[in-house]
Write a protein that binds this ligand. Structure first.
Ligand code: PLP
Length: 429
C-alpha cells in the first residue's frame, strides 16, 4: 500500500471532521438517513430567492459574469467586496476598518487552518527580536467542548491546550457551560508563555452556548494585557448570520481576529470565509492563501456584495435567520420533552447556532457506540468525544454527550429524537 508522510497521516482519514463531512456528504446525497449529524444549514426560501435573483443578475451581465468566474482575485480576495464589508461594519458598529483589515478565504475552515498554524507551532526563527520567544506555542481553547473542525488542523504536534467549563445546572433538564477563569493558563498577572492565541466559537459549536458579553470582555482584557490575539469564530454569530436566540453584542478591536463565513446563512457551497483583523495578520493570512490556493474563490463575494451596500447582509439575521432557526429549535425541544419523558437527560441552553447538545449522565456505553447504534437505526448524530481537543486529562462527560443538528426537516428531526429516546431507553434496561 502507498505510504504517506506524517503531514498526510496527521490530516488523514482518522480525523473527526473527515468522518463527519463524509457522513454528511453521503447522507445529504442518499436521503435515506435522518440527518442530525453535520452542520449543514437549513434551506431558507428567502435566502434561496435572494441567491437566485443575484445569479440571474450576474448571468445577464458580461462584466458580472467575468467577475464571478473569469478572473483570479488577489490573495486577499475581492477588493470591492472587502471595501464594502469594511464600510458596512464601520457604519453599523463604528469599527475602524478598511479593506486592509479584511481577507477572504475558501471557507472559514481554511482560515482556521492558516491562522492556527501561523500563531501556534514552532517559533524557531532565531532573529535578535525572537530571542525571548519560546520554542513552541499553542492555541488556548478557554472552554471545551469546542468545534470539532479545529481538532486536526495543526501540522505540528499538540496544537491545543483547553480547559473544562464550569457546569451550571440551573433548571430541570437544562445546563449551561461557563468559562472557568480560575483554571485558565492566563490571568491578570501571569500568562503561560506557550499560549500563542486564544480561540472560541460564539455561538459555540457543538453546545449552542453563547459566551456572555461579560465573559468575552474579560477574555478580551486578558488577551490584550498579555498581547495575545483573541480569535472569535463567528460562523453562526455576529455581525452575520445571526443564529442567536439570546441578546449579545458583536465584538472587534485590533487585538481581535474575527472569523466569519457565508456558510451558515445558507451558502456553504460557495466556500466563502471572511477574516477581520489587524493588517499584519491579514497580510500573513493572504500569503498563506497565495501559497496554498493562489486566491480565494470569487463567487461568494460576487453574489453577496450588493447585500453589503444596502446593509441587507446584516439585516438577514434578525429578519430571516433568527426566526427560522428559533422555530426549528423550539420544535426540537418540544420533541425532546415528549420523547424523553422519564429519562435522565440534560440539554445545554440552546442560545445560538443549530444544535442541541445532549448530556446523558447515566449512559452505559460510549458516545461513539451510541452513534454507531443510531446510525444502524437510520439516525446520524455526532458523538461528543470529538469536541474536547487539548484537554490534559480524559473527561467522562465527553463520553456522555451527543450533538444533534435541528437545521433539516422538522418532522424528520422529531422522528430522529424519538428513535434516540428509544435507544437510550433500551440501553437503560
Ligand atoms: N466554525 C464553526 C464553529 C463551524 O461550525 C464551521 C462549520 O461547520 C466552520 C467554522 C467552518 O465553516 P466554513 O468553512 O463553511 O466557513
Amino acid at each position: 500500500a502507498r505510504v504517506f508522510s506524517s503531514f498526510s497521516r496527521r490530516l488523514g482519514s482518522g480525523s473527526g471532521i473527515n468522518r463527519l463531512m463524509t457522513d454528511l456528504g453521503s447522507a445529504m446525497a442518499s436521503g435515506d438517513l435522518i440527518m442530525m449529524g453535520g452542520g449543514n444549514p437549513g434551506m431558507i426560501p428567502q435566502i434561496t430567492a435572494a441567491v437566485q435573483k443575484r445569479l440571474l443578475e450576474i448571468a445577464s451581465s458580461d462584466e458580472a459574469s467575468v467577475r464571478f468566474a473569469g478572473i483570479y482575485d488577489g490573495p486577499h480576495g475581492s477588493i470591492s467586496f472587502r471595501r464594502e464589508m469594511a464600510a458596512v461594519l464601520k457604519r453599523r458598529y463604528d469599527w475602524p476598518l478598511s479593506e486592509r483589515n479584511i481577507a477572504l478565504t475558501n471557507g472559514s475552515q481554511s482560515a482556521f487552518f492558516a491562522l492556527f498554524n501561523m500563531l501556534a507551532g514552532g517559533f524557531d526563527a532565531l532573529s535578535p527580536e525572537s530571542e525571548n520567544e519560546t520554542a513552541a506555542r499553542k492555541i488556548l481553547l478557554p472552554m471545551t467542548p469546542e468545534y470539532i473542525g479545529y481538532a486536526d488542523v495543526g501540522v505540528g504536534d499538540d496544537m491545543f491546550v483547553s480547559v473544562r467549563p464550569l457546569i451550571d445546572q440551573h433548571a430541570p433538564h437544562r445546563f449551561k457551560y461557563r468559562i472557568d477563569f480560575d483554571s485558565l493558563p492566563i490571568n491578570d498577572t501571569w500568562c503561560d508563555p506557550a499560549i500563542g492565541a486564544i480561540c472560541l466559537s460564539r455561538p459555540t459549536n457543538p453546545s449552542g452556548n453563547v459566551v456572555t458579553d461579560e465573559e468575552l470582555a474579560r477574555l478580551d482584557a486578558l488577551a490584550r494585557r498579555h498581547d495575545i490575539p483573541l480569535i472569535i469564530d463567528g460562523a453562526y454569530g455576529l455581525p452575520f448570520p445571526g443564529q442567536l436566540y439570546t441578546p449579545v453584542e458583536p465584538h472587534w478591536n485590533d487585538n481581535t481576529i474575527l472569523c466569519l463565513s457565508l456558510s451558515k446563512l445558507g451558502l456553504p457551497a460557495l466556500r466563502t470565509g471572511i477574516v477581520i483583523a489587524d493588517e499584519a495578520v491579514i497580510d500573513a493570512l493572504a500569503s498563506v492563501t497565495a501559497v496554498t490556493g493562489l486566491a480565494p474563490g470569487s463567487a461568494g463575494a460576487a453574489i453577496a456584495e450588493p447585500w453589503l451596500a444596502d446593509d441587507s447582509l446584516l439585516d438577514f439575521g434578525a429578519e430571516i435567520i433568527e426566526p427560522f432557526y428559533r422555530s426549528k429549535r423550539d420544535l426540537a425541544l418540544a420533541a425532546f420533552k415528549q420523547s424523553f419523558e422519564g429519562l435522565n437527560y440534560m440539554i445545554h441552553d440552546p442560545e445560538g447556532a443549530m444544535f442541541l447538545w445532549l448530556w446523558l449522565p447515566e449512559l452505559s456505553v460510549s458516545a461513539h457506540e451510541l452513534y454507531e447504534r443510531l446510525k444502524i437505526k437510520g439516525v446520524l448524530v455526532v458523538p461528543g468525544h470529538y469536541f474536547f481537543p487539548g484537554l490534559a486529562e480524559p473527561w467522562t462527560h465527553a463520553e456522555q454527550c451527543l450533538r444533534l443538528t435541528y437545521s433539516q426537516d422538522d418532522e424528520a428531526t422529531a422522528r430522529g429524537i424519538a428513535i434516540i429516546a428509544e435507544e437510550v431507553r433500551s440501553l437503560r434496561s
